[in-house]
Design a protein around this ligand. Structure first.
Ligand SMILES: [Zn+2]
Length: 323
């Protein structure tokens, strides 16, 4: 599915450079790495030129479909959520898909930027967006990652940083991964699934075949070592955490008494994580990696439209087929 916007303002369209767009996302150069995990490779992926930007294609992953869309639309910038270059490259060859995409992008003068954990750690993050979409209140941080630097007048804070005080500086606020929120009432796993299904109006990405680790029949365990009740078909949940993408590796943080979460919503559930969490009395609900992250691309498109007068498209692509 492709969603596009266009603009009539040739004047603005013709004066936005690649560096301007980077500046919007990353703020002043020395802050470049301020909001991504050290293992990440967000930001610059491919810089072919600093000519005026003709249009922006937004996507989750850069594929041949995304590249040909950008080419056909005359867009010379692609912004992806997942970095196309994640581990250091020792060679670029047209015998690999990655090599072909990079060579094709260079031949067609298409720049590439990626904003990955920056969006997880943004003030208004992927998790905040999902909570908004399902009608839950603003949550608190699930896993703290750092404190944002102070931006003074004259410096440009990143597009996804929103805390501005009256003196025109951005306060040094804590940021982190995922959000924790109390549900308005105790809810069963079925009710929580229904709640997250309501997001689907935003995207043509099919609703993921939700999976969870709550047993379908009664469990024998009477109590768990951590004082929690074993999960059962009648279990209800009150405190929920959400990490869009693949966040289940952080499930043990649910047991931290500071957050004390009953159910974690994320994607890409693995067998052993599901089992270990079940043994600890923590419910894990898998809403799918794509379903959790693609809707935010539309938010990013709107955010960019408030700052730049440029045509843009969101390209949705389903990598994993559902039954
Ligand atoms: Zn992801």
């Amino acid at each position: 599915m492709i969603s596009s916007t266009s603009t009539d303002s040739d004047e603005l369209q013709n004066c936005t450079t690649f560096d301007d767009v980077r500046h919007l996302f990353e703020g002043v150069p020395e802050r470049l790495l301020s909001r991504q995990y050290p293992w990440d490779n967000s930001g610059l992926q491919l810089n072919c030129h600093n000519n005026p930007i003709t249009g922006i294609t937004l996507c989750l992953d850069i594929t041949t479909k995304v590249l040909s869309h950008a080419r056909n639309q005359g867009h010379n910038l692609i912004i992806s959520h997942h970095p196309i270059i994640f581990t250091p490259l020792k060679s670029i060859s047209n015998t690999t898909t990655l090599g072909k995409i990079l060579i094709d992008a260079i031949r067609n003068n298409i720049n590439i930027l990626s904003y990955h954990t920056n969006l997880d750690l943004a003030d208004y993050s992927l998790a905040d967006y999902i909570l908004d979409k399902v009608g839950l209140p603003t949550g608190t941080i699930y896993e703290h990652a750092g404190v944002s630097p102070l931006y003074t007048k004259g410096e440009t804070p990143p597009l996804t940083t929103t805390h501005t005080n009256t003196k025109g500086t951005v306060a040094g606020t804590p940021y982190g991964l995922g959000r924790v929120v109390d549900l308005p009432t105790d809810m069963t796993i079925q009710e929580i699934q229904k709640l997250f299904e309501t997001m689907s109006s935003d995207t043509t990405t099919p609703k993921h075949n939700f999976r969870h680790n709550v047993p379908q029949c009664r469990n024998d365990e009477n109590k768990l070592p951590n004082g929690r009740k074993p999960l059962s078909p009648n279990s209800t949940f009150r405190r929920l955490a959400v990490i869009p993408g693949a966040g289940f590796s952080s499930w043990e943080q649910c047991l931290n008494m500071d957050v004390n979460v009953d159910i974690l919503v994320s994607g890409d559930l693995k067998h052993h994580e599901a089992l270990d969490a079940k043994h600890a009395g923590i419910a894990l609900l898998d809403i799918g990696h794509e379903y959790g992250e693609i809707p935010y691309l539309y938010h990013l498109q709107k955010l960019l439209a408030t700052k730049l007068s440029l045509p843009s498209s969101v390209v949705e692509e389903q990598t994993i087929s559902q039954r």
